[in-house]
Design a protein around this ligand. Structure first.
Ligand code: PFF
Length: 446
């Protein structure tokens, strides 16, 4: 009998390579700004603890218990129920591709900043504050860079370099954290920083709206990569260290901490350079604030190169995670099996990316309630569809995953506390997660 070959990296490294990305440093601050600051942050942290961590663990356990990706797991566990194994899986895979499409556009902005900062090293009149305004109007440039990003992503999947990239991200993450903390310290020394910290961390509940709960849920699912099937794929792999509960807890904690540090970097910049949080909110926030800071630093251009390089690597890891999830799932579906699936997935994401890539140029007049297309795209997918998908997934985990296997999994890693961990986990998945998601979605409709 062939034993499954054990991968050389730890499950935590694989999970962080996929989960860590633009969600932490690009999306988190802008969503916080749009939702009134501190109170939203508090809700977000609370939801990460009671919904995010248990569901993340549950998604990985789903893969671990079957040894298969989402499609294979659903087929097996639901006795080939077509609504789940075909309908639900198709929805999840389309969600992956639609998210990948606009994620690639934002990654293309990061790539552009990275290259511009490199050119800046050799130019005496480099002006980082102008990079974004000129990129914004150049739709074809955004599309070109998006295409390059998708080609790199698919090539990495084709040549099976995911693991290498995950290792690389886990290696640079501590350095990236140091860079962001250094920049945050500088930002915190600027005028009005205290006011910014107050906005970001003081929970003023009069500033949140009924939309804020689903926005916090969506952001939390997005940043932890829950609801995309990506964590099922990770759970299904044979990693060196199989401790799923501890990997899940560590990932949720580290991911939230990183986002909080990112907030401490961005918000002081908003108050120092723009004065009003809501006026600069939106996906441009990161790209409008950080160049100001970098411009004012002694080695700012070099720091900019490093910052955008690390950020691009993180974006690449997440994009590879999405393509990898789609192709692995398709490989489990008899009808859609094809050895060139990564190119097909990349091609579809490219087609979908035409709209967000042109959102700030040719399609700039298409706005909904004053929001540009790319923002609407992002919010519909993350604040609406993702929580619904996560709700279904929580029920799949609850009713189909064999409790004995979950218990055994926890027992094998933490024998002393296994019973307590298991009962708490099951309580949250059964009694807390579904009502919280449903309540947040209903509030959104009010
Ligand atoms: N978690 C990633 C981020 O924060 O940028 C986004 C992501 C990556 C979502 C991979 C889903 C996924 F499968």
């Amino acid at each position: 009998m062939n034993l499954p070959t054990t991968k050389k990296i730890h499950i935590f490294v694989a999970a962080i390579g996929v989960a860590f990305g633009l969600g932490n440093i690009w999306r988190f601050p802008y969503v916080v700004a749009e939702n009134g600051g501190g109170a939203f942050v508090l809700i977000y942290v609370f939801l990460t603890t009671i919904v995010g961590a248990p569901l993340l663990i549950g998604e990985m356990l789903l893969g671990k218990s079957t040894g298969k990706n989402l499609i294979g797991s659903l087929k097996l566990l639901s006795a080939n129920n077509k609504v789940l194994s075909v309908g639900f899986s198709t929805l999840v895979l389309i969600l992956c591709l639609l998210v990948l499409s606009y994620y690639s556009v934002i990654s293309s902005w990061v790539m552009h900043f990275f290259t511009q900062f490199i050119f800046g090293l050799f130019s005496s009149d480099f002006e980082p504050r102008l990079i974004f305004s000129s990129l914004k109007s150049q739709g074809y440039l955004q599309l070109l860079l998006t295409s390059v990003h998708l080609i790199i992503t698919c090539a990495l999947v084709k040549y099976k370099k995911e693991e290498l990239l995950e290792k690389c991200i886990a290696f640079v993450l501590p350095f990236f954290t140091i860079v962001v903390i250094t920049m945050a310290f500088r930002a915190l020394s600027l005028e009005n920083a205290i006011e910014a910290v107050r906005f970001f961390l003081y929970p003023d509940f009069t500033k949140i709206s009924t939309k804020s709960f689903s926005a916090a849920l969506g952001q939390m699912f997005f940043t932890l990569s829950i609801g995309f099937g990506a964590m099922v794929t990770i759970g299904a792999n044979q990693y060196k260290d199989q401790s799923i509960p501890s990997a899940g807890f560590r990932l949720a904690t580290l991911d939230s901490l990183f986002s909080l540090v990112a907030g401490l970097l961005i918000f002081p910049l908003v108050s120092s350079y723009f004065l009003y949080y809501d006026k600069v909110a939106g996906p441009e926030l990161l790209f409008l604030t950080t160049p100001n800071l970098l411009n004012s630093l002694h080695f700012g251009t070099l720091l900019g190169v490093i910052f955008f390089l690390f950020l691009y690597l993180a974006a690449l890891g997440a994009s590879v995670g999405l393509v990898h999830t789609v192709t692995n799932n398709l490989a489990e579906s008899k009808r859609l099996k094809n050895k060139n699936n990564y190119w097909i997935a990349g091609g579809m994401a490219w087609l979908f990316s035409l709209a967000p890539a042109f959102s700030s140029s040719f399609l700039k007049d298409f706005s909904f309630n004053g929001k540009p297309l790319i923002v609407v795209w992002d919010q519909v997918l993350i604040d609406w569809i993702l929580p619904i998908v996560a709700l279904v997934l929580s029920q799949v985990i609850l009713y189909f995953v064999d409790e004995k296997k979950v218990k055994a999994e926890i027992q094998s890693q933490t024998p002393q506390n296994a019973h307590t961990i298991f009962t708490h986990w099951r309580f949250l998945v059964r009694w807390v997660i579904p009502p919280v998601i449903i309540f947040s979605m209903l509030l959104r409709l009010v």
